[in-house]
Design a protein around this ligand. Sequence first.
Ligand code: AMP
Length: 273
Amino acid sequence: MQIIKNIEEIQALREKMEGSVGFVPTMGALHQGHLTLIQRARTENDRVVVSIFVNPTQFLPGEDLDKYPRREEADRKICELAGVDVLFMPDIETMYHGDEVKLKAPAYLGYVLEGNRRPGHFDGVVQVVMKLFNIVQPTRAYFGKKDAQQLRILQKMVEDFFMPLEIVPVDTVREEDGLALSSRNIYLKPEERKRALSISRSLKRASRLIMAGETDADAIEMAMKDIMKEIDVEYIAIVDRDFRPLRKVEIKKTIILVAARVGATRLIDNIWI
Ligand code: AMP
């Protein structure tokens, strides 16, 4: 595995790569969720590139940029063992040049739900992912459904800018007890982790209600709220694939999302119906 920090070197390597290139952009502190994306990229492509870059422009003032978990050594080992060809780990000065041309996330999709709670977050995401795509020029790029709104926005970016690559969505990887894997889970104290389980339980409950014939969004939301009484729910949203609110759930067209604070940790999760 080659570890590359500068743009010229990775571009030179990319030029020599033959066949398809699968790309997995991450912010590091890799876990089984990231690994699943990498493994999928490994089976579907001739070459696999992973990036680790904690992107400052997608953090709002007061968010956890400074204390975001960094585990360079362990991450390298995980990538090596997973058969990654190139690990791209640029520093901030390599990626950003000060007064830049800026991309903006879509006015609706980029500013509801996560975008409403974290205004400007998705502007930072599209800015960095556009840069990474231009540097790596992947055939396919792999993103988790865990970050459903990010996934949809990046699919739109590729469509809107006629970019010659495929975005591949990957199902959310969970702990055995249902907790969605996240680099931020390490912030949770044992008691908080227990309470955090109510998020995935509420989503499971919603899915069971729907399978039993319930379609009313309000009824589903009430049942979910009831399960999450002991955590600080920021939003429950029942939306279509473009994140427009639905009054009635439609099978294969609905996403149910939750954002909640458990202690000082903010968690998101969702289920695709
Ligand atoms: P991050 O390092 O948090 O920016 O995540 C990098 C990629 O991994 C994103 O595409 C995430 O959606 C994806 N990811 C994070 N957690 C999970 C998970 N539990 N299951 C599947 N994909 C995930």
